[in-house]
Design a protein around this ligand. Structure first.
Ligand SMILES: [Zn+2]
Ligand SMILES: [Zn+2]
Length: 296
């Protein structure tokens, strides 16, 4: 399924300029990816699935915010700061004088994919080990099952740290903007696919892509012994977990095992109030006084 999805979304993107499918997908590909994964979930139902229907409203809000607002707001706030560096020290817009200095187009796409996935691995690992970052990231870990609709359920600051700033930094370095855009669907598809709630068997692809079988272990309510805070931090390609000793995918009798339960490692239940968990770690959620609460 995954190679097919990659082929579809890439062929649609490189179809002739002005082609109806191309112009439609460039606006809606994020939703098209989620819709495709939902169809997979309906076809290949997972027998340990836990219904997430009660959280659908929260999931929809989180998707709209993180897919269409978080990136724009982060760019608006951070780009002037990042652009100040080359402008002030080099007297030009980007760190390199011309994108050609960074190699041919195809190589730039490969380098961007490698840099983005390396950055996301370490940022994600920090989001589990640093107390404040974990406060923000733990919202994502309160889900009780993986589904296409909760892949982007994350505090916007947590989301921006892991998914947005690396793209802004690559832009300021001076990579070809088209190469950055070309890399984007791959990382986007991989992240949503890792949350696919379908009963998909990864086989050997489990070692090349972060499949649902791999990512479920990252969400296991019980962290595998000897793995500290968590395992399988990679967002799209598990090579970083393999290299840095955090990869975990046990097998029994030749069959890949899955965690008994998905949920917050400290046992916190999922939270349907989007505003509460988004603002609380930042100290912005109004906490009612005890007397008011007691009077209710
Ligand atoms: Zn995590
Ligand atoms: Zn996840």
């Amino acid at each position: 399924m995954l190679p097919l999805l990659y082929a579809f979304f890439y062929l649609a993107h490189i179809s002739p300029q002005g082609h109806a499918l191309e112009s439609w997908l460039s606006k809606w590909d994020r939703l098209a990816i989620i819709a495709t994964i939902i169809i997979l979930e309906r076809i290949y139902t997972y027998r340990y699935a836990v219904s997430q229907r009660a959280l659908l409203g929260r999931d929809i809000i989180a998707n709209i915010v993180n897919l269409y607002i978080t990136g724009a707001v982060t760019a608006f706030l951070l780009l002037p700061v990042l652009l100040y560096i080359p402008e002030h020290f080099l007297g030009r817009k980007f760190l390199v004088a011309s994108p050609d200095q960074l190699g041919p187009f195809w190589l730039q796409v490969v380098v961007i994919l490698a840099v983005v996935s390396f950055f996301r691995y370490w940022m994600h690992r920090a989001q589990h080990t640093n107390a404040f970052l974990w406060e923000l990231h733990s919202y994502h870990h309160r889900v009780t099952d993986l589904t296409a609709t909760n892949a982007e359920v994350s505090n916007p600051v947590d989301f921006a740290l892991r998914n947005v700033i690396v793209f802004l930094m690559l832009g300021v370095v001076g990579f070809d903007p088209v190469a950055i855009l070309a890399a984007f669907p791959a990382v986007q598809l991989a992240a949503v696919f890792s949350h696919c709630g379908a009963d998909l068997k990864g086989g050997v692809l489990n070692y090349l892509f972060v499949t649902p079988e791999v990512h479920r272990w990252h969400h296991s309510a019980q962290v595998p012994e000897g793995y500290g805070y968590s395992c399988n931090y990679s967002v799209e390609f598990p090579i970083w977990d393999v290299l840095f000793g955090t990869f975990y995918l046990p097998q029994k009798d030749g069959q890949i095992e899955q965690p008994a339960r998905i949920g917050h490692p400290s046992g916190l239940p999922d939270e349907p109030n989007y505003l509460k968990l988004t603002l609380m770690p930042l100290g912005l959620y109004p906490v009612r006084r005890a007397s008011t609460t007691a009077a209710e």
